[in-house]
Design a protein around this ligand. Structure first.
Ligand code: SF4
Length: 356
């Protein structure tokens, strides 16, 4: 992505007045550190006009960690870039799936990158993909992240989405095994006093206890703006950026070098995408008891698994919403019954007393 394209993104955001609050810039998709630190040094300043407008801009990136060295650590510190490392736990789990193109294991190299981060005092999060195999090893995975000094871990259930056309978790009984994994992980987190944060636990608790946390960024247009290297852009789920389906040859809605983003709202391409996604949200609203904490799921999962945005349940929502939602609701009820003091539970009790 050229400097001119980054500048054009910023100009479109300002001219179309698309920003009301903070902007999170996430350098994602592919391996962002395949580009040298100078790439980011010459592009991040393009966001300065937004800061001058009073818009808080945060930078983040997701990396496999292999290429992290001292120069990248200095870059992260210079621009306060939040770093997420894709690592699936200890080597015997990680190296089953994450191999080089030549088929070699990558865990030791990812570990090398994480050591650099620790040596520079940079805290980081991890994204851990859960496969059928990982679910058998909650203790090993917990201990790995705790001992790696990871600030927070997020679990990505292996999905049928975008270019990933199969999943090891679509087989029968996965939901029960996922629940058992969560139960064991929760026990270990509590046992160590919560030194490791878990996105799934915190996010679901917030969704249950606070209705303001329930916005679904995947179904509302322009919450996510997804821009490709050449300035082509789309919205809704980032995974739609590089895929196509027979009824949707492209999800691109424009190019930052040519025309306003607001103008795209009037195009047939946007209207069709929007109304198809909203039909799926409406179907979820009328069919699913979990709609309040979900908001209608992930359109990219729906079209990848069910062949239509106008559909409802997917493997992803059964795990991420139903299994996690039931699990966290059980924990909340247990704590309330035990009358344990906990700030989140005090809020829950308050809400339950005014919102029967
Ligand atoms: S949990 Fe699934 S079926 Fe229910 S609202 Fe969410 S996406 Fe729809």
């Amino acid at each position: 992505m050229s400097v001119q394209t980054v500048e054009a993104v910023v100009s479109r955001l300002r001219e179309d007045q698309l920003l009301k609050g903070p902007l999170l810039v996430n350098w994602h998709a592919g391996e962002p550190l395949a580009l040298p630190p100078q790439f980011y040094r010459s592009r991040i300043p393009a966001f300065t006009p937004l800061a001058n407008d009073g818009i808080a801009v945060e930078q983040s990136l997701q990396t496999n960690g292999i290429l992290i060295d001292d120069a990248f650590c200095e870059l992260f510190q210079e621009f306060n870039i939040a770093v997420g490392v894709s690592v699936d736990g200890p080597a015997f789990v990680h190296d089953r799936e994450r191999l080089t193109r030549a088929g070699r294991p990558t865990h030791a190299r990812t570990e090398g990158g994480m050591s650099k981060l620790r040596a520079h005092g940079i805290s980081f999060n991890a994204i851990c993909v859960l496969t059928d195999f990982s679910l058998q090893h909650p203790d090993a995975i917990y201990e790995y992240f705790r001992d790696s000094k990871v600030r927070a871990v997020a679990f990505n259930i292996e999905e049928i989405e975008g270019v990933n056309r199969t999943s090891s978790i679509s087989n029968h009984g996965y939901n029960d095994r996922f629940r058992a994994f969560l139960e064991r992980f929760w026990t270990r987190v509590e046992g160590d006093g919560g030194v490791l944060q878990v996105r799934e636990f915190d996010d679901m608790e917030a969704r249950i206890l606070d209705r303001h946390q329930r916005r679904n960024s995947q179904t509302d247009p322009f919450v996510n703006l997804n821009v490709a290297w050449n300035g082509d852009w789309s919205t809704f789920c980032p995974e739609l950026l590089g895929v196509s389906f027979p009824e949707y040859p492209t999800f691109m809605l424009g190019n930052v070098h040519h025309g306003s983003m607001r103008a795209a709202l009037a195009t047939e391409a946007f209207k069709r995408l929007y109304f198809d996604i909203q039909a799926g949200v409406d179907a979820c609203r009328s069919e699913c008891a979990y709609f309040e904490v979900c908001g209608g799921g992930n359109p990219s999962n729906k079209i990848s698994e069910n062949g239509s945005f106008r559909s409802t349940a997917t493997i992803n929502c059964r795990n991420r919403i139903l299994v996690v939602g039931d699990f966290i609701m059980d924990r909340i009820e247990e704590r309330i019954c035990a009358r344990k003091s906990h700030p989140a539970l005090d809020r829950a009790e308050e809400k339950i007393s005014v919102e029967p």
